[in-house]
Design a protein around this ligand. Structure first.
Ligand code: AMP
Ligand code: MN
Ligand code: MN
Length: 321
């Protein structure tokens, strides 16, 4: 990867008008990576547009600079000379914001399902978060890590590892986190804000999901309908991180959540224990992700999506045993 980093550095140094773009339905790593790289570039004097097609979830709006994130590129972006995509394994994960623009110059990502869609693909599957990669890359790109950058990157690392407890954790990741704390990021404050605090509405939404919890052998799942969302008053289209709670149920190999979307599609999330790989099942349904955490969006209706996903999940993950 050394050669690619060298090329990336040259591109970054010579660019003046830069767009950094993250994936749709952004999680903490998407926003943390976007801000970490975007703010570092801006601090070095570049003109930077930070783009998240689906905006910034309220949980991450406390991060300095998050108010500078936009949902669209500016009209006059004809002068753009560098497009960087972060935390996205495929170009389609950026939504429609890059439609009509040249293909991205640089992709920084940590998903094993990455399709190498950019000119330079910095893909490091052993990184626990894209934010970890960016923390390591910034000095190599000739950029500084100041306090807001460190806070954003630590938020990204914390969310993708659910507080440094996923089974892909490494000593390197902890060392990077230490260095971000040394740059001024407050671990306990960021941990509180990105992983523990929940809105009243989110808790009520969880309640619906938890009361409909199902189990078949070592698979557990639940669904969140548009009706549940309305009753709870929960904004947004996500599962309010309920999947992370499901994945803590004992004597379970795989947990799934089915989230009905306003357009009738169904967002599916898989979580698996150590020796099971769910990324292939997610890919089967047009999605992707990691061995232990994967996702896909598929057509509804909910009941049918649920039936076929459960069937294929059983087949692809247990049949060979
Ligand atoms: P989620 O279940 O949405 O939390 O996603 C778990 C992991 O799978 C994350 O690393 C996502 O980046 C990835 N992922 C989720 N949805 C998709 C998708 N439609 N295509 C590719 N990767 C996805
Ligand atoms: Mn992400
Ligand atoms: Mn990530």
């Amino acid at each position: 990867m050394a050669q690619e980093v060298h090329f990336a550095r040259q591109l970054v140094q010579s660019a003046t008008d830069i767009a950094v773009v993250t994936h749709i339905r952004p999680d903490g790593d998407a926003i943390g990576s976007l801000l970490g790289l975007g703010l570092a570039l801006a601090a070095s004097g570049k003109s930077v547009q930070m783009i998240s097609g689906d905006g910034v979830p309220s949980t991450f709006r406390f991060l300095a600079g998050s108010d500078r994130i936009r949902t669209h590129l500016e009209e006059l972006s004809g002068s753009l000379d560098l497009i960087v995509v972060v935390d996205a394994s495929e170009l389609s994960r950026t939504g429609t914001v890059l439609d009509g623009y040249p293909s991205p110059h640089i992709n920084i990502d940590h998903h094993p399902t990455n399709t190498n869609f950019a000119g330079i693909n910095l893909v490091e599957v052993s990184a626990v978060a894209c934010a970890e990669m960016i923390a390591l890359l910034l000095p190599e790109l000739g950029l500084q890590i100041d306090k807001p950058v460190a806070e954003a990157l630590l938020a990204g690392m914390l969310t993708d590892t659910i507080g440094f407890r996923t089974n892909n954790m490494t000593t390197r990741a902890l060392n990077v986190a230490t260095s971000l704390m040394e740059k001024g990021a407050n671990l306990s404050e960021i941990y509180q804000k990105v992983l523990l605090q929940r809105s009243f509405q989110a808790m009520r939404f969880w309640g619906s999901g938890l009361s409909n919890l199902q189990r078949d052998g070592r698979i557990v799942w639940t669904a969140l309908t548009m009706e549940d969302r309305k009753n709870a008053g929960y904004p947004g289209r996500d599962d309010a991180d309920l999947i992370n709670i499901l994945s803590s149920i004992s004597d379970t190999d795989i947990s799934l959540i089915f989230v009905e979307q306003p357009d009738g599609n169904v967002k599916v999330s898989w979580r698996a224990v150590d020796n099971i790989d769910v990324s292939g099942v997610a890919q089967w349904f047009g999605g992707g992700g990691h061995r232990a955490a994967a996702g896909a969006t598929m057509p509804g209706p909910l009941a049918e999506a649920q039936k076929s996903v459960l069937e294929v999940t059983r087949k692809l993950t247990f049949s060979s045993k």
